[in-house]
Ligand binder design. Structure first.
Ligand code: ADP
Ligand code: MG
Length: 735
């Protein structure tokens, strides 16, 4: 509606311009006509008649020519070729009258309307005042040479065609043809519309001029003056269209009042009336079309969404499912990669990752299996071994035990873990804590032979080897103790020692017998002498007593060796022990023509020892030396002090030991003698080890042998004089 109104307005505007152009042309023609007429007409109006004007207008080709004169207070048509014009007063004609006055005054006409030329003014197209049926165009010429205005004019017959062209009626007709809904288009002059003189059809007998007609163009058949007037005012005030939904002649119509603003002329309003029925059907149709289109679009959208969702989300769902599978540990089968976009790349990456994971998982599984096998093996070894193994944390709590632990100590695994057993007896507590500290400090210690407490409170002899388990940073975490029951071995060793001793005793018996026989022979000799002389010689008695003492010493020494002794460590001077052994073996040595040479230092060689065991050692070693020298020789015994040790070196002049035999010395029952036991060196080595010393044999075959016995020196001063010391000193004296 608005567009239609605008089109009409623009066409009115355009025709306005065209009209001005044509009016200019007509005005120029009218001026020429007036000038031509002035040549024909007498300067004085009184000499001109109407007939003359009639002939002149025919001659000059205009509808009529009128002549206007100035009276005292008016300007009137004095002569005219049109009789109906004569006598017409112009005083009430507004700007027309102003223009006439200015012409008569010899001025250029200043009125806006019409065309102002030299000595000339032409009014705009207007309905003829004398006959409103016509539209006329008037020209007024006054050059001051005569007492009247020459007024030639052309009638509507001449301009009607043009008026038709410039009228918007044609556009209105076209618009109605294109839009059947448009009932009426009306150009309304808001200034005069609804004036009291206006009739309901818009015709106003009072305002008939183009400039003041209420209806400028078009028809006004669907009018309701009061209602329309209000709407027109509202539209102009707002500057925007106002639409009324109303009923006219029993028909529902929509009336729009569209204000048209004109920059160089007064605003006006175009009203467009439309048939509601037609519009609503069009709207309905449009609505239906819109809905159909919308539904179609919706279906297309849904289909497209479904397809797109399938295309886009299926790969994502596949990937998600795959990732879930992988999380559950299911690696096969791989994703199918069907695109090269980001999702395709993602799927490829996931496949690569999955295959890596699969490889790693397999490898891990294998490693786990291997670890499990190794662990089982280790556990079976640990549980199967006869050594008791237990692990203790740094707070002293037992963390694990094996089966042998229960067998050895009597503590079940559960008990041991819950309530750590008291294994280390008070006597070796200090030794144990020193060992632990050394282990923690990084020392690796040899097994220690010690005692432990069983559950029942009894002591058990064990050899314990301990090692520290450290974490990655080297911090000690726990200590593993492996305890071996030494009871049986110690018992066998003791047995060995005893049997060796018995053998020695047996062998010694001959020597003993020989030793005893000598003093006994001496005794017998003296006694026989006393018997024959019947006198007691005191010197002989002394000698006999000394011989008896010697017999006593030999027998008691022999008994000490033969009788098993309780292990009893004491501080002894090694020189005395060696001396005792020498005197014991002296007589036997003599049998083979062997002599002893001793080089003892003047300082005591104190050791912490079991005297009888050490005697056994020296007896064994010296006996071996004697046996190695069947042809006699010298056995040298030397005493050295070396750091914190006392060293005794026994050197013989026998045949020595072949080189390949050297490592075998000390092995149980290794002997090259017919009546040998092969136990002597072994027992000796054990005894020296138990004394924390060492026994070493050096030999060059054919050049004798050297036995080096090293024992730790007892630092503490010897206990005050007592039985043992006294006895030793006695023995020393006896030597
Ligand atoms: P046995 O004396 O009963 O043979 P031992 O253990 O005392 O057993 O000695 C082992 C062996 O070592 C002897 O058989 C001997 O061959 C050798 N042996 C020991 N001491 C000497 C020595 N001083 N000179 C040469 N050989 C020796
Ligand atoms: Mg021997």
């Amino acid at each position: 509606m608005k567009i239609t109104a605008k089109q009409v307005a623009v066409s009115v505007e355009q025709s306005g311009y065209s009209s001005n152009y044509v009016q200019d042309k007509i005005a120029q023609n009218l001026r020429l006509t007036a000038i031509l007429a002035s040549y024909e007409l007498d300067p004085d109006i009184r000499n001109i008649n109407n007939e003359q004007l009639k002939a002149l207008s025919t001659k000059l080709g205009v509808s009529n020519i009128s002549l206007l004169v100035k009276t005292a207070d008016d300007i009137i048509v004095a002569r005219s070729s049109d009789p109906s014009e004569i006598g017409l007063s112009t005083r009430g004609m507004g700007f027309w009258y102003v223009a006439f006055l200015e012409l008569f005054a010899g001025q250029q006409v200043s009125v806006d309307q019409g065309q102002s030329l030299q000595h000339f003014w032409s009014g705009p197209f207007e309905y003829s005042t004398s006959n409103p049926e016509y539209i006329d165009k008037w020209g007024y010429y006054y050059d001051g040479t005569r007492n009247y205005i020459i007024d030639p004019f052309v009638r509507s017959t001449a301009v009607s065609d043009y008026v038709k062209i410039m009228s918007p009626d044609e556009i209105i007709r076209e618009s109605k043809a294109v839009n059947p809904g448009i009932l009426e288009i009306t150009g309304i002059n808001p200034k005069t519309f609804g004036a009291t003189s206006m009739l309901p059809d818009g015709v106003d007998p009072k305002n008939t001029k183009l400039r003041n007609r209420p209806i400028q163009y078009g028809t006004y058949t669907y009018g309701n003056v009061a209602e329309d007037k209000a709407a027109i005012r509202e539209a102009l005030n707002k500057g925007e269209p106002v639409t009324l939904d109303t009923k006219v002649m029993g028909k529902r119509v929509l009336k729009s009042f569209i204000p048209i603003e004109r920059p160089e002329a007064a605003d006006y309003v175009i009203s467009v009336v439309m048939d509601y029925q037609a519009i609503s059907s069009v709207i309905r149709e449009q609505l239906f079309n819109n809905i159909t289109t919308s539904v179609l679009l919706l279906i297309i959208f849904l289909l497209a969404s479904y397809v797109l969702a399938g295309v886009v989300t299926r790969p994502i769902q596949d990937i998600l499912a795959k990732v879930n599978d992988v999380a559950k540990g299911k690696f096969e089968p791989p994703l199918t990669v069907s695109s090269r976009d980001e999702l395709g790349q993602l799927a490829q990456r996931i496949n690569a990752m999955t295959s890596h994971l699969l490889q790693h998982t397999n490898r891990l599984g294998q490693t786990l299996e291997e670890n499990r096998a190794v662990k089982e093996h280790l556990e079976s070894v640990i549980n199967g071994t006869s050594d008791a193994i237990h692990t203790v944390d740094m707070e002293g709590r037992i963390i694990s035990t094996n089966r042998a632990f229960e067998d050895l100590y009597g503590w079940g695994a559960e008990d041991a873990l819950v309530k750590p057993p008291y294994l280390v007896p008070a006597t070796v507590q200090q030794q144990e804590s020193i060992r632990l500290q050394q282990l923690k400090d990084g020392a690796s210690l040899p097994p220690v032979e010690t005692v432990r407490l069983k559950r029942d409170g009894s002591l058990v002899e064990v050899s314990v080897s301990s090692s520290v388990i450290r974490d990655e940073e080297g911090q000690p975490q726990s200590v593993v103790h492996v305890s071996r029951d030494m009871t049986e071995r110690n018992r066998i060793e003791e047995l060995l020692r005893r049997s060796e001793k018995l053998t020695t005793v047996g062998q010694l018996a001959a020597g003993v017998a020989h030793e005893i026989r000598n003093p006994l022979t001496t005794l017998r000799g003296f006694l026989q002498l006393q018997q024959e002389k019947k006198v007691l010689v005191p010197l002989h008695i002394d000698l006999m007593l000394s011989e008896l003492d010697r017999i006593n010493m030999i027998v008691s020494e022999f008994l000490i060796l033969a009788k098993p002794q309780a292990v009893h460590f004491q501080q002894r001077d090694l020189r005395h022990i060696v001396g005792d052994v020498i005197s014991l073996l002296d007589s036997q040595a003599h049998l083979f023509g062997i002599e002893f040479t001793t080089h003892f230092l003047g300082v005591p060689a104190m050791v912490h020892c079991e005297e009888n065991q050490l005697k056994q050692v020296f007896i064994n070693v010296i006996k071996n030396a004697i046996e190695a020298m069947p042809d006699g020789g010298t056995i040298t015994l030397e005493h050295h002090q070396q750091d914190d040790s006392v060293v005794i070196v026994i050197t013989d002049e026998g045949g020595g030991v072949p080189e390949e035999m050297l490592p075998k010395l000390g092995e149980p029952f290794f002997t090259n003698k017919e009546s040998g036991t092969g136990l002597g060196l072994m027992v000796s080595q054990r005894i020296i080890q138990a004394h924390k010393g060492s026994l070493e044999i050096r030999s060059e075959y054919g050049r004798g042998a050297q036995v080096i016995i090293k024992l730790p020196e007892a630092k503490e001063p010897a206990p005050p004089a007592g039985m043992n010391i006294e006895r030793s000193e006695d023995e020393h004296e006896n030597q």
